[in-house]
Design a protein around this ligand. Structure first.
Ligand code: ADP
Ligand code: ADP
Ligand code: ZN
Length: 216
């Protein structure tokens, strides 16, 4: 199964990606997580990516596309994958399509987690993440069992620098301008499924699972 997760920042892509990748045993590929890992390891890519991420801007396509192609070429992606946060531009979507076409493949579904702008703010400013395993929590909607600690691995959870209010505003604008056109892109190819992201985490997951089940 080859799935893409679309949606504004804070829609719940990362949260659902963890659940979906466990259920279908496919790798969860988050370009944001890959960039953050490179930043913490101070690699050349990390140093470059940080400049853009801190401002809420997209990392340039040239850097992002090659990274994803390399990741998709690894053996664990043979039976499918779940892309979280990629593609984010039409150019990235076209590059992905070309890459898959070479092997006679295409994505099964682009899942759009639809959340109106006014809810995004509260979701993002209340988000806390685990730097060790990538799990995402919310101070109000999805708190960890022990305050400040990741349920999955026990590490201290933190607020992402780019989840500060000023940056969130810029990221929403960037989404509307650069990523939203992908909704029509996948719709016109009959690959789009829209799920109401204002439901609870469990309800969103159930809707997605039922849909994926009906496609088999
Ligand atoms: P994204 O990867 O799309 O940016 P996340 O999965 O990190 O989004 O979720 C953003 C924030 O909203 C997190 O704090 C998460 O715990 C919370 N969240 C995710 N899904 C829901 C939901 N259905 N209802 C309420 N809060 C949610
Ligand atoms: P969110 O979960 O809130 O949507 P991500 O973790 O996916 O955020 O992304 C964080 C940042 O990483 C983005 O604001 C952007 O700077 C960079 N990034 C992630 N994926 C991409 C991509 N496909 N293209 C360009 N930049 C990206
Ligand atoms: Zn963790």
């Amino acid at each position: 199964m080859k799935i893409i997760l679309l949606g504004p920042p804070g829609a719940g892509k990362g949260t659902q990606a963890k659940l979906i990748s466990e259920k279908y045993t496919i790798p969860h590929i988050s370009t944001g997580d890959i960039f953050r890992k490179n930043i913490s390891e101070k690699t050349t890519l990390g140093v470059k990516a940080k400049e853009y991420m801190d401002k809420g801007l997209l990392v340039p396509d040239e850097l992002t596309i090659d990274l994803v192609k390399d990741r998709l070429s690894e053996s664990d992606c043979k039976n499918g994958f779940l892309l979280d946060g990629f593609p984010r531009t039409v150019k990235q979507a076209e590059a992905l399509e070309d890459f898959l076409r070479i092997n006679n493949q295409k994505i099964d579904t682009a899942l759009l987690i639809d959340v109106p702008g006014k809810l995004i703010f509260e979701r993002m400013t209340g988000r806390r993440v685990c730097p060790a395993c990538g799990a995402s929590y919310h101070v109000k909607f999805n708190p960890p069992k022990i305050e400040g600690k990741c349920d999955a691995c026990g590490s201290d959870i933190v607020q992402r620098k780019d989840d500060a209010e000023e940056t969130v505003r810029d990221r929403i604008t960037v989404y509307e301008k650069q990523t939203q056109p992908l909704v029509e892109y996948y719709n016109s190819k009959d690959q789009l499924f829209v799920v109401d992201g204002t439901q609870s985490i469990e309800e969103v997951f159930n809707t997605i699972s039922n849909y994926m089940g009906s496609k088999k």
